[in-house]
Each structure stands twice: as C-alpha cells, then as structure tokens.
Ligand binder design. Structure first.
Ligand SMILES: [Zn+2]
Length: 349
C-alpha cells in the first residue's frame, strides 16, 4: 500500500489524521488553514476525497461530511477516505460564495502557484488532495435564495463515472461535461471519476438533502468496494436514477412579487402555469408558463424578483412519470419509519 503524505504529514495504512493545511497568512497575521480529515483502512483500495463549501455559503455538505465521519461502517474501510468540509475557508468566514477578491473558486481550477487568491487555493487543492486521490465527490447547494432537488451532475460518457453516478442513488442525474474551470473539470481531465452532488439552498441546512448526501456517499463507497455491500431488504424499492438530456431555466417576465404554484420534484407540462409575477397592488399580473415537459429540479425561494431572474430550473426527460416515482421512493427511504441506515438524525421540520 502506498504511503500517503498530505501537507508534509505521512499517514500509514490503518491510521487516521486531522490535518490543517496552511492556506495563507491574513493581514492580521492570523494563519488561515483548510481542515482535512484522513482515514486509512488496513486493506488497500481506492482513495476517495469528499469536499464541501468550495462555495463558502453552501453548507449542507459541511454537515454531510460531519455525519459521514461519524458513520460506524467506516471501521470496515478499505482504501482511504479524505474529507475536506471547508474548501473555501475565506468564504465560509464571510458567509459568501466567493473569495475576498470576488472570484469564484470553482471557476479557478486547476489554478496556479503564482495566480490570484482563488487560483492559488485551487492549485493547493489539486496538489495536496486531487493528486493523492483516485475518485472525488464535490458537495454543493443552490445559490443564495435558490433551492435544488437532490441531484448528481457528472460526465456520464465516462463508464466508471456513470456507474458511480447511478450508485449514488438520487432521483435525477444531469449529464454535463463542462469546460468551466471547476474542480470537477480539472479532476476529470486527469482521468478521475468525479461526481458533483447538488442539493438544497445556500446558508441553510436541509435535512432531506443532508440525509440523501450521506447515504449517496456510502452507496458510492460500497460500489467502489471501500465498504461491504449493504444487506438488501426485499420489500424496499430502490431509487433508479434517470438521466436528464437537457435542462432549461424559466425566468421572470417582469419585476414584481412572485407566487409559485409548483415545488421541487413536481412534474410539469409544456404550457402549464408555474406561478404568477405581479405588482404589490395586483394590477400587473403575468403568468409564468413551462416551456417544456419536465421535472422541477431548482426553484427560487424569494418572492421578490427582477425581470430576467431565474425562477425555475426544469429537467427535460423522455418519460417524466418514472422520475416522479423516483422522487417519492427517494423521500420515503430517507424519511420512513425504518431508515435503511440509522443515524442520529434530527427530525425533518
Ligand atoms: Zn456551488
């Protein structure tokens, strides 16, 4: 089994370590560091990294990683699990998506040692984490005031990435092969199978999204044989993720007060009224209609909108019916009386 060295610290098989990777010295001369947890099984296997808060206001992933690290099954780990709950340390301090120079870290990969603040942080992540891993999962939420149905984004043209995307077990997979300077793109270009989990809203915890994330990562670790296979209960239905061919945004036809008639996970028909935008006095009502048959996978949660604001994100499917059933099965398995994987979870409120 190969030696693993992160930030100058070597972790042997069977060992665990908490590492503070030095990022920068602030103007106050306060050292800023990125917290990393490494857990190595005694037996050889893949090295999976799981990262969160690359956008500093996206917090569901921070909680997903906290619960993942407490999972009892990890005592039987094969290979290595590296978790990084807070990648954008600057952003999390300020409750902000961005870095102090207003750059988006997830558009700055692979980065460089001599570039901007964002570029240097991206380079550090590539050198210390990605270069030491064989697989990756990056955890995100919707932007501020926008919520996402739990979904996986991945390049499913790559067979191994496709296998793991399906194993994660969320209702919807978006096939995307972006060239956007994201961590996912930079890691994929090095041949690494890489998943992006999107669920919930910025600056909020969403219990269903968190449970879905923990369960999905465990499912992927089982598919990678890092954890033993689950005992299947015969009565329980499994989520069979469906791949969306494309998606579309529905935008506000005018500025005003927005009332939504549809919510995340609902099926919509072409031409269906999804909501209304109106003036505060109700004399300027405009209907918002769906341009396609599909499923609502993203939605604004603030009723104040400017003309052109994104109101809904709709995924287009060949057969929408199966996806709606998927959403129901997904919700039931995470909220039912006997969750498959009992955690100490707070109630869904
Ligand atoms: Zn994000």
């Amino acid at each position: 089994m190969k030696a693993l060295t992160i930030a100058g610290k070597t972790i042997a098989p069977g060992e665990s370590a908490s590492i503070d990777l030095p990022v920068a010295l602030l103007h106050t001369r306060t050292p800023l560091s990125m917290p990393i947890q490494v857990r190595r099984g005694r037996k050889d296997g893949p090295t999976l990294f799981v990262s969160a808060a690359i956008h500093g206001d996206e917090l569901n992933g921070v909680e997903i990683i906290r619960r993942l690290n407490q999972h009892k099954g990890l005592s039987r780990l094969r290979g290595t699990l590296i978790t990084i709950p807070i990648v954008n340390v600057y952003g999390v301090i300020h409750h902000s998506r961005y870095l102090p120079d207003r750059r988006d870290l997830n558009r700055s990969f692979p980065g460089s040692e001599r570039g901007s603040v964002a570029s240097r942080l991206a380079d550090l992540f590539m050198t210390e984490i990605v270069a030491n891993s064989t697989h990756g999962i990056d955890l995100h939420t919707g932007a501020i005031h926008r919520s996402n149905l739990p979904q996986i984004r991945a390049n499913i043209d790559d067979p191994e990435t496709r296998r793991l995307a399906h194993a994660f077990g969320v209702p919807v997979i978006l096939n995307s092969d972006l060239r956007d300077g994201s961590m996912r793109q930079a890691a994929s270009e090095q041949g690494m199978p890489m998943l992006l989990y999107e669920a919930g809203e910025a600056l909020r915890f969403d219990e269903l999204s968190i449970r879905g994330g923990v369960k999905g990562i465990i499912n992927v670790m089982r598919a990678l044989e890092m954890l033993p296979a689950a005992r299947r209960s015969r009565s329980r239905k499994a989520v069979e993720p469906i791949v969306a061919r494309s998606t579309t945004w529905v935008r506000a036809p005018e500025g005003g007060i927005f009332r939504a008639f549809t919510s995340l996970g609902m099926r919509v028909k072409k031409g269906e009224v999804l909501g209304l935008v109106d003036s505060p006095f109700g004399e300027n009502e405009e209907e918002v209609r769906s341009p396609i048959n599909g499923l609502i996978i993203g939605k604004t949660v603030i009723p104040l909108v400017n003309e052109g604001d994104a109101l809904f994100h709709i995924a287009r499917f060949g057969v929408v019916k199966g996806v709606v059933e998927n959403v129901e099965v997904f919700t039931e398995t995470l909220t039912g009386p006997e969750p498959e994987e009992p955690f100490e979870e707070p109630p869904i409120i």
